[in-house]
Ligand binder design. Structure first.
Ligand code: SF4
Length: 216
């Protein structure tokens, strides 16, 4: 199969498996999504969703969050890990949203990435899932599966994002990145695979007879 044929098959098969693409992180608006995505760094969405109800009950907008002592935020989010850095970022970005963006989350990659604690992946998730702007946030699942499906060399997430954006039509990115994550969590996990166990690889690589060593 050519790369284009593999991409087309992956997109079609994942759409069959995951017709709906619910956003994994619970939120009610761009601000609470931004905070939830920030908290999800090196943490599972399940755990973030357990933590955010208490945090958002205390403050669910920049003005309220800016008044909450960082230590209080830290105490609530501690189970998500990296709490000193994350609590400081939540407090600081809330103040910046008030001072520079009228208390609103900017629908702009550069403005988002200028906020503390917000990198390109986080900005891409917010642009895609809060504002519907086509983006292809590459997390560990997407980076791993794109390599296993030979859609990218996967030297780094920047290359993987570039290759996936070339491989798939722009209008498909927002749902497709979620579908790849869902498949990665459910079937193609980080526990390693010999690349022969499921229909996706058997279809993509029909001549593959011997197990292959795939990167994590
Ligand atoms: S065979 Fe393994 S590597 Fe290939 S898609 Fe299935 S689970 Fe992933």
């Amino acid at each position: 199969m050519t790369k284009a044929e593999r991409s087309a098959y992956v997109a079609a098969r994942l759409e069959e498996l995951y017709p709906e693409t619910p956003i994994p992180l619970d939120h009610r608006d761009p601000y609470t999504l931004l905070i939830a995505v920030l908290l999800s760094a090196q943490c599972t969405d399940e755990r973030v969703n357990k933590i955010t109800p208490a945090l958002f009950a205390l403050a669910d907008n920049p003005a309220a969050m800016a008044r909450v002592p960082v230590e209080t935020i830290r105490g609530i989010i501690r189970p998500c890990g990296l709490s000193p850095r994350k609590s400081a970022a939540i407090s600081e970005l809330s103040k910046i949203l008030l001072e520079q963006h009228g208390g609103e989350v900017p629908a702009d990659f550069a403005a988002l990435e200028a906020l503390p604690g917000v990198g390109h992946k986080t900005a891409s998730v917010v642009m895609s899932q809060a504002f519907g702007v086509p983006a292809f946030p590459v997390d560990t699942h997407i980076h791993r599966l794109a390599q296993r499906w030979k859609l990218t060399s996967g030297k780094n997430v920047v290359e993987t994002e570039r290759d996936l954006k070339r491989a798939f039509p722009r209008e498909s990115w927002n749902q497709l990145h979620l579908r790849i994550i869902f498949y990665g969590r459910e079937h193609c996990t980080a526990r390693g695979c010999d690349g022969t166990v499921c229909e996706i690889c058997r279809t993509l690589f029909p001549d593959r007879v011997r197990p292959v060593k795939t990167r994590k």
